[in-house]
Design a protein around this ligand. Structure first.
Ligand code: AMP
Length: 114
């Protein structure tokens, strides 16, 4: 989508610190990190919210989570513990309407989240 900031990152029209990419997904560092590790994993396919995921996206979503796990492993936070967050719609705090997993780690997480 032409006005989607994450599609622009995918198309390399705006810069990002990309740490992983393959045919289906991309991972890059969050520009406003909330933890020592804060990486975003996104599908190349433009899907606005979690509610827009279709049956045909099942493999894609599984792959997205596996890539998130790989990044947690590569960054050395997997065994210590990490959090995956996916916000959906305004009250959750979603600001970018292209689905993404936040991988957060490297510090003690708290519950309930803010
Ligand atoms: P959410 O609020 O769940 O929609 O998360 C959007 C995330 O994208 C926020 O954590 C932002 O800091 C991050 N973000 C927005 N623009 C960029 C960008 N150009 N590069 C990297 N991260 C971004």
């Amino acid at each position: 989508m032409s006005d989607c900031i994450f599609c622009k990152i995918i198309d390399k029209k705006i810069p990002a610190r990309i740490i992983y990419e393959d045919e289906h997904v991309l991972a890059f560092e969050d520009v406003n990190p909330q933890a020592p590790v804060h990486t975003l994993v996104i599908p190349r396919k433009h899907i606005p919210t979690l509610l827009d995921i279709k049956e045909e996206d099942n493999n894609l979503i599984g792959h997205l989570v596996k890539v998130a796990n790989k990044i947690a492993n590569d960054k050395g936070i997997a065994k210590r513990g990490f959090r995956i967050v996916a916000n959906c719609n305004p009250e959750s705090g979603q600001t970018v309407y292209h689905i993404h997993l936040h991988i957060l780690g490297g510090r003690q997480m708290h519950w309930p989240p803010g």
